[in-house]
Write a protein that binds this ligand. Structure first.
Ligand code: SF4
Ligand code: SF4
Length: 200
């Protein structure tokens, strides 16, 4: 398999992200789902991301920010990592604002075009069939669960083909070193503190 240049990989990733947004809208529309006036904020959710290509693309976006803005984000990310470790040590699930969020009340993403797959899929019901055949279902956020109560069938995004495209792209982006590199399992804050991924 030929290794892609970062530019080509990022173009493909942006196309996969566009498809995710389209699938999201197709499901959100019949549910009547919108984030307007939401009192929660999903950017407080604690979750990890798992691909080098998304990590690198996030940094492609970060590197376009003014230096002082990037330094503020780095500082917030360091605080996030410290507080998350402290919460986990107490046996609690961290409930912290993502360092890329720029307006806690409105939940505005400061790196919207480069936000990662999980950020794009959080709100609506979605499912994934793993290579092992195991099916995993996510019910969507609290608001979506309220809206879909009693619906049968519940409109759902099948993430499987998108996930497969992402796995294929990860292999094309990292190349033959993928098997030797550590598995990616980082929060956004950790990916910021660590800097752009090293692929060698
Ligand atoms: S990257 Fe953006 S959308 Fe994702 S959790 Fe952070 S602020 Fe929210
Ligand atoms: S996805 Fe759900 S929890 Fe997140 S902002 Fe939208 S309505 Fe609120």
């Amino acid at each position: 398999m030929n290794k892609l240049t970062p530019k080509a990989a990022f173009r493909k990733l942006a196309a996969i992200y566009d498809k995710m947004v389209a699938r999201y809208d197709e499901v959100a529309q019949p549910i009547g789902m919108s984030c307007e006036g939401c009192t929660d904020n999903c950017c407080l959710s604690f979750f990890q991301h798992h691909t080098y290509v998304e990590w690198a693309y996030m940094w492609e976006g970060l590197n376009k920010l003014p230096a002082d803005r990037l330094e503020t984000i780095r500082e917030k990310a360091r605080e996030y990592v410290d507080q998350a470790q402290a919460a986990l040590a107490r046996g609690e699930r961290p409930h912290l604002m993502c360092p890329l969020n720029i307006d806690e009340k409105q939940g505005v993403c400061g790196l919207y075009e480069h936000r990662l797959m999980i950020c794009r899929m959080h709100g609506v019901p979605n499912m994934l069939i793993r290579n092992t055949g195991q099916e995993i279902r996510f019910p969507g956020c609290y608001r979506c669960q309220e809206l879909t109560e009693g619906m049968d069938p519940v409109p759902t995004v099948d993430r499987t083909p998108l996930y497969r495209d992402l796995v294929m792209l990860e292999m094309q982006f990292v190349g033959k070193n993928l098997r030797m590199l550590p598995k990616v399992d980082h929060t956004i804050a950790e990916m910021i503190v660590l800097g752009p991924p090293r692929l060698k």
